[in-house]
Ligand binder design. Structure first.
Ligand code: AMP
Ligand code: MN
Ligand code: MN
Length: 353
């Protein structure tokens, strides 16, 4: 083995020490969290370990194909107790703070199971794992998993390569966002050499919109507001809209990215009041302003150009907390709308999650 950092070495030792593992990730799982779980589970299994995977929320239909090799179980209090009892160790993937694990998090206070964390969020709060491999320069958590598997001498089979490709493809916005760097493309090239069909994988992930979701997007986008001299787009979705279209919080995925294409826009904020009094705030930057600090101040986190938080209160209350902060960020970085600054370096971490 050729572990390149002390943290990675500690992770390999952690894997050596235990025989059975429980894997988990964040609420509203995405391609990176699920792809990383499946890849790690396949690798651990190939090393003779027992592995189970449990998440707070159900697997979105775009990613159910990943579950054909590794069952992706959904939180249920009894099942969670049973799995935590049975596992010698827990591995948490793509999670920047313990709360983001969801309903499993409070159980960890009672089950003193050793925890290893693998994550790439810039806003990562250290301290909830005995072993932490935190690498914000990684385009996806799947990229760290890929490095760990390779440096252990592990081999990639098509199922494992597919899971890692989905992690990387989704967190880089299909190789478009500013976290798309040469290591990401090198990793993609290697994964493709294992017989993957990128067109099919892209279609599997991106052809799952429902008519209801499209109508919901239409309604929300039709009501978009431009503020701050047209530099900021504000979107709002009400509990009534979620209910009428039969949608949940994870159905807003990609909605907040759409107005980024409006010329001159520097930030987009979506206030999704999924249920009355609970607002999911999604923040996106087109590259100039950095938003993870604002999300962290609201109790959330994320990446410099894609961050979020959950705020308790009405949409109006959430707006009253977010908009003055956004105003301050823009005032600290005044430019004429629509004028790109060629000297501005693209900070890593666009819309990956
Ligand atoms: P979203 O807008 O939900 O797609 O999230 C964008 C980014 O912000 C992702 O990297 C998430 O991991 C992060 N994020 C969103 N909500 C939260 C939260 N409540 N706490 C911490 N990070 C969050
Ligand atoms: Mn994620
Ligand atoms: Mn991620």
């Amino acid at each position: 083995m050729n572990a390149s950092t002390p943290e990675r070495r500690a992770f390999h030792e952690f894997v050596e020490r235990h025989r059975s593992f429980l894997l988990t990730s964040h609420v509203n799982p995405d391609g990176d969290s699920l792809g990383s779980e499946v890849a790690l589970a396949l690798w651990l299994r190939a090393r003779g370990k027992d592995v189970r995977v449990i998440n707070d929320s159900a697997v979105p239909s775009a990613f159910t194909f990943l579950a054909r090799h590794v069952p992706l179980e959904v939180f249920d209090p009894e099942l969670a107790e049973q799995l935590l009892e049975a596992a010698e160790a827990l591995i948490v993937l793509d999670v920047s703070n313990r709360q983001r694990i969801g309903r499993l998090a409070p159980l960890l206070d009672r089950h003193l199971v050793p925890i290893a964390v693998i994550d790439h969020h810039a806003s990562h709060t250290r301290g909830f794992g005995q072993v932490s491999v935190i690498e914000p320069e990684a385009s996806a958590t799947g990229e760290i998993v890929y490095d760990l598997i390779r440096e252990s001498g592990g081999t990639l089979d098509p199922a494992l390569a597919e899971a890692l490709y989905v992690a990387l493809m989704t967190d880089t916005g299909s190789f478009r966002y500013s976290n798309t760097d040469s290591p990401a493309h090198r990793m993609a090239a290697d994964l493709l050499s294992h017989g993957l069909d990128p067109e099919r994988l892209h279609a599997q992930v991106h052809s799952h919109a429902s008519a209801a979701r499209m109508r919901f997007f239409g309604e929300v986008l039709a009501a978009l507001e431009l503020v701050e001299d047209d530099r900021v787009v504000v979107l709002e979705a009400s509990p009534e809209q979620f209910q009428r279209h039969g949608l949940t919080g994870s159905d807003t995925e990609t909605l907040v990215d759409m107005p980024r294409t409006i010329a001159g826009v520097e930030a987009v904020v979506l206030f999704s009041e999924v249920e009355p009094g609970k607002v999911k705030v999604s923040l996106r930057s087109t590259g100039r302003i950095v938003l993870d600090g604002l999300a962290a101040a609201l109790g959330g986190g994320g990446h410099p150009h894609a961050a979020g938080a959950t705020v308790h209160g009405t949409r109006a209350e959430a707006r009253a907390r977010v908009m003055p902060e956004l105003h301050r960020l823009l005032a600290a970085d005044p430019v004429s709308p629509g004028v790109p600054d060629p000297a501005s370096p693209g900070a890593p971490g666009d819309a990956r999650s």
